[in-house]
Design a protein around this ligand. Structure first.
Ligand code: HEM
Length: 138
């Protein structure tokens, strides 16, 4: 599958592969924890995620991001090729779900207080990928 988001280089000069070196395991862990802390109480996203396996979901997103942004490829080793569109097929990703996911992640980025150049790369990636994953009009 073509992954148009593979080689995103943003205006601030930090490329995707440098983000892991910049924020490390800890940066991704804090970011993803801040995201998932909001999920259970969210009226749109809460019902979509597995209530009995939120720590598992948190781990999957964290490992994916680590590998995607220059860290060890643990996600692909355990889960195979990400195939994100296929893996999101069971969920109704309409504009509302997309916008809510992005809003929670934007807040998580604010809370994680990462270095500004890494934060910008991640924010743009999340906005674009969330749009790319939409599978339901309206
Ligand atoms: C557009 C709004 C989105 C919604 C509503 C959504 C929802 C979900 C849900 C309900 C799951 C299943 C949780 C689990 O058990 O792992 C999931 C999995 C996942 N999502 Fe999303 N997602 C969205 C966007 C994104 C984006 C933008 C990314 C990439 C940064 C992403 C990456 C992942 C990954 C890596 C998994 C785990 C896939 C697996 O290995 O099974 N999602 N998502």
């Amino acid at each position: 599958m073509a992954r148009s988001y593979d080689r995103l280089v943003t205006g601030n000069g930090l490329s995707d592969g440098d983000v892991y070196g910049r924020i490390g395991e800890d940066g991704f862990a804090r970011l993803v924890a801040a995201f998932y802390a909001q999920v259970p109480g969210d009226d749109v996203l809460g019902p979509m995620y597995p209530k009995d396996d939120l720590p598992g979901a948190e781990l999957r997103l964290r490992e994916f991001l680590v590998g995607r942004f220059g860290g060890p490829p643990r996600y692909e080793e355990s889960r195979g090729h990400p195939r994100l569109r296929m893996r999101h097929h069971p969920f109704r990703l309409d504009q509302r779900a997309r916008d809510r996911w992005v809003a929670l992640m934007d807040r998580a980025l604010d809370q994680a207080a990462l270095p500004a150049d890494a934060e910008l790369v991640l924010r743009e990636f999340f906005h674009q990928t969330a749009t790319f994953l939409m599978n339901t009009p309206r």
